[in-house]
Design a protein around this ligand. Structure first.
Ligand code: HEM
Ligand code: HEM
Length: 345
């Protein structure tokens, strides 16, 4: 009888202990990470209206923003491919390769600043970059406005999106419309987010071990908040600089923006949202396996050799960051007219 009672007591104590441990893990995770909201956040100075979002969607998909009229935002940030292009580095105008891997546009609205080196303060400032970059769309603001103005339906769409503005069809308004559209590209309801909202069963045991390791080992120091990253700058190679097979000497990162020696090889820690489906990895795009990327982070950022098991668990945890992908319909774009500039390849 005594033995039976003792066993029961021990069983209750162990279960209670496990419940506390599980509860602790959830509480710790809730302190570090926040779920992606269901609805787009409000953007200061750029209120969203259905007309503006719709115009932004048209522009995001319209290759006529590029000089060749072949390349759109969608080319390198494919909404069917988690907002990325699955290329080492992007290919743009005239089949030119750019210097960096294309980050996803999904959830980008929650990043502190845009680009690997944070050189654009928000999505509107960012959107003006690729249109003009010679290795991307290779166009000029004047030519974009000339093109869009030659298409009557765009004149109407800009007026509807920016009511009361005498001259609504401007390069700035193009960027603002794209910004509010991009803010709708959210991926809520990932298993991690369901867990953060209190669903204990949303992660399995391996994924929970991975989550614990991610926090215990120090990954969460640089990858936290709503985007599990995207909020701060760090040297790539805090402890051990990765070899040339992962990072080229030529791309000095934030140093190119600030010209400060301390910013050499400093990059924004990227968001890890949907990271399992946005390979390849790092600004160089040199690493195709998430397992390898985790191992590199261990040695480069933390100066530790993670065991194979730890890498597996962390990788399984990172897979829980894949959220519900937005279903975006390709818009029917208004036709060009005789006045529309011709494509230049
Ligand atoms: C970066 C949007 C066109 C390739 C970005 C980012 C956004 C974005 C939001 C920053 C994401 C982040 O930092 O996390 C757009 C929009 C486009 C457009 C709205 C159309 C107007 C393109 C095109 C290409 C491209 C056509 C490829 C030819 C890249 C690359 C980066 C980037 C390589 C990273 C550049 C760096 O960090 O220096 N884009 N993009 N984008 N995009 Fe695009
Ligand atoms: C990039 C995971 C620790 C800062 C990445 C990437 C992954 C990752 C998967 C590539 C994302 C992509 O290309 O889309 C991890 C894991 C860690 C960890 C699992 C713990 C083992 C850290 C720490 C820091 C940090 C401690 C800051 C000291 C960065 C930076 C990049 C990055 C700056 C961008 C590197 C570049 O391409 O320039 N991380 N990370 N990470 N992480 Fe971490």
């Amino acid at each position: 009888m005594f033995r039976k009672t003792a066993f029961a007591a021990i069983f209750i104590l162990i279960s209670a202990g496990m419940a506390v441990a599980a509860d602790d893990l959830m509480k710790r995770a809730q302190g570090q990470f926040k779920p992606i909201p269901q609805d787009p956040p409000a953007i200061e100075g750029n209120a969203a209206t259905p007309e503006k979002v719709e115009l932004g969607r048209m522009l995001y998909f319209d290759p006529r923003l590029s000089k060749s009229q072949l390349i759109s935002c969608q080319t390198c940030h494919n909404v069917g491919l988690a907002g990325a292009d699955l290329q080492e580095v992007s290919t743009g105008h005239g089949w030119q390769k750019g210097p960096r891997n294309s980050p996803t546009t999904f959830n980008a609205v929650f990043n502190r600043a845009q680009f690997w080196d944070g050189r654009a303060k928000d999505l509107a400032e960012q959107a003006k970059g690729p249109v003009q970059a010679s290795v991307e769309m290779n166009n000029t603001p004047e030519q974009v406005i000339k093109t869009l103005s030659s298409i009557p339906a765009y004149g109407e769409a800009f007026k509807a999106a920016f009511p009361g503005e005498e001259n609504a069809l401007t390069f700035d308004n193009m960027a603002k419309a794209i910004e509010v559209f991009e803010a709708t590209l959210l991926t809520p309801d990932s298993p991690l987010d369901q867990y953060l909202k209190g669903d204990e069963a949303a992660l399995d045991d391996n994924q929970k071990q991975g989550l614990k390791a991610f926090m215990d080992k120090g990954c969460a120091a640089c990858h936290n908040g709503v985007n599990i990253g995207g909020s701060n700058y760090f040297p790539f190679g805090v402890v051990e600089k990765p070899g040339a097979d992962v990072m080229s000497e030529d791309d000095t990162g934030r140093y190119q923006v600030t010209n400060t020696a301390a910013d050499k090889y400093v990059f924004r820690s990227p968001s890890l949202r949907n990271v399992a489906i946005t390979q390849p990895y790092f600004h160089s795009g040199k690493v195709w396996s998430l397992h390898d990327a985790v191992e590199i982070m261990g040695s480069a950022q933390l100066g530790i050799s993670l065991t194979n098991d730890e890498i597996d668990r962390i990788t399984e945890f990172l897979e829980t960051l894949t959220g519900h992908q937005p279903e975006v319909t390709h818009p029917v774009l208004p036709p060009s007219t005789d006045n529309t500039p011709k494509p230049v390849l």
